[in-house]
Write a protein that binds this ligand. Structure first.
Ligand SMILES: C[S@@+](CC[C@H](N)C(=O)[O-])C[C@H]1O[C@@H](n2cnc3c(N)ncnc32)[C@H](O)[C@@H]1O
Length: 511
């Protein structure tokens, strides 16, 4: 787990390498520290105005700063001193996958302590019964919905998935699956045995809804797992959570001419949920194009709900038309802010710096074979990249294209806008994304690495710990972490916070 909890706390996940090297990585958190806490690259050149760290278990406070990169001047992602980190890890028996909290307790003063989601959960409940934010994650996969929600103060109570390989990857990162992960078919879940939660999430299989597939929709054996989720929620009776969230491909909206989406929304209405829906593209948060349709079902009344969906990026024409064409569905549309225009990082920013002789780079013959698969247009683009006096990067997808003579041919398509195409599961050897690097009259190619895939999902510090192909499946199926955090921050948390003190649960859920 890593991320943000409110304004005053950041969570940092510890990997095996961090433990070995006594590093506490601050990736994504440098904005948490005062601007004058960033010093020169070497201590010899001096340090910046130090911050004070009160480290749990250590008798003396640590005074340190954050060095900057000598070349770019950008903040590095760790504190200058490291000896105390090793002592802190040893004192608390920190293991890979454990989470460390950094709390701001003054302008220049921070507390560093192990983070225990459970006791955090207890504290929230004790402080104010109605602020408990517990969730059940259906179709949990490798747990990226969890990652996004935990960063916004949510606590996991239950997770389910059918795939032992996904569970292995989930366990490698979170390490606590024994406590809450139920490995099994969603259709076999007895809702009456599920714990109390405020939110249930379902990023159910897209296989039958995706435009790339046969589009069997809810008649397909994969996407019909949605009904297992509905049945589990129904089985919770009056304990049904006040919020549910679905995630799927945008093709969900048009599957069987809209009939599948309508049936799903009607089922949620019948369970007491008013519906909202919007589209978020991962490219607004990370350098990956991955538009996804989200649905939030809510039992919490919203007096400020909009009558109709205004024109916006998050509710495109197709969705607004669906809403307008289905007045029989009980909608409750929240006025949401605009998400970021684009990711701050581009493809080159998430690449691993692999040496030229790293085994990941393809042989010359294989790279030439790829080059020869480019159409004339893509070859012109590749040639322009090769001719530059600097390195530039593109991703390549192989697609089967019909030739003018009626033959089918596998063609390579370059994408050069700094955004990777949508990560997919590498079924049958295809679907893996290729990196094309060119400049100085040369070019090379390799697959994106699992770490790069993790970064494209906004799960930079995911402790991968499984073979590469298993990791490609895990990330290809997963959700974009910062997109989930955005929903929690702008939708789920305000919705829960609007529950007035003293309003009984029965009133909230209308049960
Ligand atoms: C789109 S992926 C969800 C990925 C997940 N949100 C993540 O971030 O890793 C769909 C998941 O549904 C699981 N699944 C498919 N059929 C299922 C079933 N009948 N019961 C439970 N899980 C199922 C798959 O194993 C897969 O992990």
């Amino acid at each position: 787990m890593s991320g943000r909890v409110g304004d005053r706390k950041r969570l940092v996940c510890v990997s095996a390498a961090n433990l070995r090297e006594h590093h506490l990585y601050l990736t994504g958190h440098t904005d948490f520290f005062p601007a004058d806490a960033f010093g020169p690259s070497t201590a010899k050149a001096g340090i910046a105005k130090p911050v004070r760290l009160d480290v749990a278990g250590l008798t003396e406070p640590v005074f340190t700063d954050i060095p900057t990169d000598a070349r770019t001047g950008k903040p590095r992602t760790f504190f200058r001193k490291r000896a105390w980190v090793g002592e802190f890890f040893a004192r608390h028996g920190i293991k890979p996958g454990d989470t460390i909290a950094i709390e701001r307790i003054g302008t220049r003063r921070f507390r560093v302590l192990p983070f225990d989601a459970k006791s955090e959960h207890q504290r929230l409940k004790i402080r104010d019964g109605r602020t408990a934010r517990r969730f059940a994650e259906f179709f949990a996969g490798i747990g990226l919905v969890r990652m996004g929600l935990e960063a916004e103060g949510w606590n996991l109570a239950y997770a389910n998935d059918i795939d032992p390989e996904k569970l292995a990857m989930y366990q490698a990162h979170f390490g606590d699956a024994d406590e809450h992960f139920h490995l099994g078919d969603v259709h076999s879940i007895d809702g009456s045995r599920l714990p109390d939660v405020e939110l249930a999430t379902a990023s159910f299989p897209c296989t039958d809804l995706s435009i790339a597939g046969a589009r069997l929709g809810f008649k397909g054996e994969h996407s019909s797992a949605f009904w297992g989720f509905i049945s589990a929620i129904r089985g919770m009776h009056s304990r049904r959570p006040p919020l549910v969230m679905l995630e799927n491909v945008v093709g969900f909206l048009t599957s069987h001419g809209g009939a599948d989406f309508r049936a799903a929304m009607e089922a949620l209405n019948e369970l007491g949920y008013a519906i909202d829906s919007f589209v978020l593209d991962a490219r607004w948060f990370v350098p990956q194009s991955r538009p996804r349709l989200f649905v939030v079902g809510s039992m919490i009344p919203n007096g400020d709900a909009m009558e109709s969906a205004p024109v916006s990026r998050i509710r495109p024409m197709l969705l607004r038309k669906f809403i307008a064409d289905h007045p029989g569905i009980r909608w409750q549309l929240r006025d949401l802010p605009n998400p970021p225009e684009r990711s701050e990082r581009l493809l080159p920013d998430i690449l691993e710096n692999l040496p030229d002789d790293a085994p990941e780079w393809w042989s010359r013959d294989r790279a030439v074979y790829l080059y020869n698969q480019f159409s004339e247009r893509h070859r012109t683009t590749a040639d322009a990249m090769i001719a530059k006096r600097r390195w530039s990067y593109a991703t390549v997808f192989r697609r089967v294209r019909m030739q003018p003579n009626g033959e089918k041919r596998s063609m390579g398509e370059l994408r050069t806008d700094g955004i990777a195409g949508c990560l997919r599961t590498p079924k049958g050897g295809s679907g893996r994304q290729i990196l094309f690097k060119a400049g100085y009259g040369r070019y090379a190619a390799r697959l994106l690495t699992p770490r790069e895939c993790a970064r494209l999902m906004g799960a930079d510090e995911f402790n991968i710990g499984v073979p590469d192909n298993q990791a490609f499946f895990g990330f290809g199926d997963a959700v974009c972490v910062p997109a989930i955090s955005w929903i929690a921050e702008h939708y789920l948390n305000p919705a829960l916070a609007s529950v007035r003190p003293g309003l009984s649960r029965a009133t909230v859920v209308g049960a």
